[in-house]
Design a protein around this ligand. Sequence first.
Ligand code: JBQ
Length: 248
Amino acid sequence: MRLDVITIFPEYLEPLNVSLVGKARAAGLLDVRVHDLRQWAHDRHRTVDDTPYGGGPGMVMKPGPWGEALDAVLASAPGPERPVLVVPTPSGRPFTQALAGELSEAPWLVFTPARYEGIDRRVIEEYAGRLDVREVSIGDYVLAGGEAPVLVMVEAIARLLPGVLGNAESHRDDSFAPGAMAHLLEGPVFTKPPEWRGREVPEVLVSGHHGRIGRWRRDEALRRTSAHRPDLIERTDPAAFDRRDRET
Ligand SMILES: O[C@H]1NC=Nc2cccc(F)c21
């Protein structure tokens, strides 16, 4: 997968050099290119934003630099391939595991993180005709810009690429991944030592009885989900658990 990010804060994307994404890049599974938007702002002050028409708070990003940047990035691809344009914005569709999965299938993604107030609408209109443009939000809270959302989305997408996660199994029990535990939060986890500050690991987990362990984990996941995310409970199919129990 090729992945381009156009931003006025290239240093904000440094985390894409480390950990899971960094390893995927080193392994040649991901080709990540970060571009400084200001190289396409030609005035002396390299201006990329201005006050909004119609008034109101904050600043809106000018269309000129974005148009030149996107044209340059699109022109840099050898073949006829067109990327999916991912526009982080608080007014976008929710970023979900399903969308991460869909985007992980794309051979080329271009991310355009912008300031909170966004990019001049005409940029979206200019590219919507020829690219698959996705306006996406990572959540209903106020951030200064879209760079942190890009880090979040790239991590969620990269870990789904073949070869990126060592143990393929670790997708299976992800919260929100398809299957019996889909839409459930994961329950508590434990590791050595067996006792720590007088607190012991739940006996079932050291029983070696996989059926009991599976049921305990499901019950704990249901308990945690009903406490923290009751909205997810009605989306759970109890029959799927029985099927899963029979498999384990
Ligand atoms: O994901 C959103 N959630 C909240 N604030 C934002 C600010 C800029 C971009 C963006 F995607 C977002």
